[in-house]
Design a protein around this ligand. Structure first.
Ligand code: IVH
Length: 671
């Protein structure tokens, strides 16, 4: 046996124990899958060297052993659409069925733990975890505390109902919050939380945890229910009162199955629970039993695993970056790793306390997570007993950019560089000024701004407006055309509305909403600057904190110099009268937008709502007036709106809503 083979076997066994037996995985699932795949590939080449046939870990001694009526099999994996198509082709060839004609049940692959519940004479008798697939652990008392599991079913047939115990994402967050508040251990993810909560000695602990169960399989031991298909099984389970995945679909043909699993991939973050893939099952159960199974997994079903959102990599260093406001943010420098389809080489660590709480140290192996659009995050270190570690990381005492002392005020979590001339603050301030949320100057990103600062062409935002094409010509990477385009983009910004300037200037506490309120009320920077404090405070939508901040900003000598320079350069600093003075059809109304609207960017849609007197919050509440539903909407917003009976307006009716302020069209129940 080769060294590698031996190594892989012991690693796979060790991680399987950590995962199944102790609920404390040391590595992300994707890394475990990679080890198993490599092991299987190697074993295929070694005569007689087959992987031990277990699919989990042997049961622990805390719970009584239970022999499953039928073994709980695992699933084989594919990793993309092409592999899925190949699987269907190869599998169905044996039964001479065309993949285009076969019906499949496509279901979310819930990231929880498998559970098998025995019902006899209509009563819940026993519930067991997977264990090694043949013998599981008796967790009946704990399972009886899970509200979504019926204690009785309307049939005399002896049954095992199988499914996944899990925790909804929101419930998991709330549980961790409560744990944190009581100084108790927080869970790394919903799966760990569910596993830890189910495998409790004391059922009252399980009862206090928000456990849930999704059913996906019926083993009809007496064969009196005559379930003929997977989709019928799900229907029956639903009728009996089990929770069944609302996203499950029956489709015809493998391309439709690919499509349905693509849909799950695209919407994975909108679901109420975490999923790590899709399960594609041959729908016809007679056909499935003809296909049979290997010792490990059925042949008539497959898991399409989605790109992992957690990977393990090495933390090379912890560094600190200085933002526009001087805030010093620690971040992890990582050995680059592909997470959820993109390469991650850096991840924020938020602040000093977070680094301490996670106890990550340079040199550690760490788990990196990137879920959807969320910025990458270091979950925590992966510790091996006995492995040497560096000392705990210390927050630097001076700014890495300008060497002035870093300060952290009593009771605050953030640390600041207070030097207003710190080059990093200047850089980020100008980048913010040119960004989309402010003046939206195309072609003026971080790299360009750094160049301009370095050669001394720009020292303040006002300097941008006196740049000439010839100034840029000598800079690296500036072709004639790009120099001209940038100068034109800057010139275009001279007439931008005052509200955008107010955002761009980075006045503390002034975001787009306050900026617009102030710009509408005062019209010009001149008038704003001359306003008394109580006048500022009297502005609709401007509280005392914002008013004070604006008042102080306007009296800062540097702001005065900047204002003069901007005026000299011909910058308007005025709010065009026509904006905000149109019909205020949505006055005081909250309109939530979800999904993409044809012909509108998200910013434009929100601006249009605000312009008509409305607000556009990011979530649905009782106070929401209506929800505008574009393409690929967020399922949770739609579900919540339905629950609260808030009208769902199709994207095509958005313009009419803006014009009339009334809902003229709503989406039906089934759309
Ligand atoms: S079917 C014989 N359906 O994923 C059928 N499994 O990696 C075996 N899982 O062992 C299971 N969601 O614990 C099935 N909709 C679903 C599932 C699902 C999650 C779990 C289950 C299984 C594991 C395989």
């Amino acid at each position: 046996m080769t060294d590698r083979l031996e190594y892989l076997r012991s690693e796979v066994a060790r991680h399987a124990r950590a995962y199944f037996e102790h609920d404390t995985p040391e590595i992300p699932d994707a890394d475990y899958d990679a080890l198993v795949r490599e092991l299987r590939a190697l074993e295929a080449d070694v005569p007689g060297g087959k992987l031990s046939e277990t699919v989990g870990a042997p049961p622990s001694t805390t719970f009584d052993p239970v022999v499953h009526a039928e073994p709980l099999l695992s699933l084989d994996n594919v990793f993309d659409a092409a592999e899925l198509a190949t699987w269907a082709e190869r599998t169905l060839r044996v039964v001479e069925l065309s993949p285009d004609e076969c019906e499949f049940s496509v279901e979310p692959k819930i990231d929880g733990l498998a559970l098998s519940i025995l019902y006899e004479e209509g009563r819940l008798r026993r519930a067991a975890t997977r264990g090694d697939g043949r013998v599981g652990e008796d967790v009946t008392d704990n399972v009886r505390t899970i509200a979504s599991i019926p204690t009785a079913v309307p049939t005399r047939s002896r049954l095992e109902i199988r499914g996944e115990v899990f925790m909804e994402k929101a419930a998991f967050e709330a549980l961790n919050e409560a744990q944190r508040a009581r100084d108790l251990k927080v869970f790394a993810n919903p799966r760990n939380a569910a596993a830890g909560s189910l495998r409790q000695k004391d059922p009252s602990v399980s009862a206090s945890r928000p456990l849930d169960f999704l059913a996906y399989h019926v083993v009809d031991l007496d064969e009196t229910e005559h379930v003929v298909s997977q989709s019928a099984a799900l229907e029956l389970l639903r009728e009996w009162g089990f929770r069944v995945a609302a996203e499950a679909r029956r489709v015809r043909g493998v391309s439709a199955a690919v499509e349905a699993s693509d849909w799950l991939l695209a919407h994975r973050h909108d679901l109420l629970y975490e999923i790590d893939g899709a399960v594609i099952k041959v729908d016809d159960l007679a056909l499935r039993s003809r296909l049979g199974s290997t010792s490990r997994a059925p042949r008539g079903a497959i898991a399409r695993k989605f790109p992992p959102e957690e990977r393990m990599t090495r933390l090379l260093a912890i560094e600190v970056s200085i933002g526009r406001t001087g805030r010093a943010t620690p971040y992890a420098v990582l050995e680059p790793v592909v997470v959820a389809g993109s390469t991650v080489a850096m991840a924020t660590l938020h602040n000093e306390d977070q680094v301490r709480a996670k106890d990550v140290r340079p040199g550690d192996q760490v788990i990196v997570r990137k879920a959807g659009d969320v910025i990458p995050e270091v979950v925590g270190p992966v510790l091996r007993s006995g492995a040497p570690r560096s000392d705990p990381w210390e927050f630097p005492s001076t700014c890495p950019e300008c060497s002035s002392p870093l300060e952290r005020s009593e009771g605050e979590s953030d640390t600041y560089c207070r030097n207003p001339r710190c080059p990093a603050q200047l850089l980020e301030g100008i980048v913010h000024f040119a960004s989309r949320s402010a003046l939206d100057i195309e072609g003026l990103g971080e790299v360009r701004v750094a160049q301009l600062l370095e050669v001394g062409l720009v020292k303040d935002v006002a300097d941008l407006f006196v740049l000439r094409e010839s100034d840029l010509a000598s800079l690296d990477g500036f072709a004639e055309l790009s120099a001209r385009n940038l100068i034109e983009a800057i010139a275009g910004a001279k007439s931008a509305p005052l509200s955008r300037f107010l955002v761009g200037l980075g006045i503390r506490h002034v975001g787009p909403v306050a900026a617009r309120a102030l710009a509408t009320r005062f019209g010009t920077y001149e008038a704003l600057r001359n306003a008394a404090l109580d006048e500022l405070e009297a502005t609709d939508g401007v509280g005392p904190i914002i008013a004070q901040s604006v008042y102080e900003y306007c009296r800062d000598p540097e702001a005065e110099v900047r204002y003069d320079a901007l005026r000299r350069a011909g910058v308007a600093l005025a709010e065009p009268r026509e904006t905000g003075s149109g019909p205020r059809t949505l006055e005081g109304r909250a309109v939530v937008v979800t999904g993409s609207l044809e012909g509108w960017s998200r910013d434009e849609a929100e601006a249009a709502i605000i312009e008509r007197g409305g607000t556009s919050p990011g979530s649905v509440s009782k106070k929401t007036f209506c929800v505008v539903v574009g393409d690929a909407p967020g399922a949770s917003k739609v579900t919540r709106a339905r629950a609260l009976q808030i009208p769902l307006v199709p994207g095509r009716a958005f313009r009419e809503l803006l014009e009339s302020g009334v809902v003229t069209e709503v989406l039906g129940e089934d759309s």
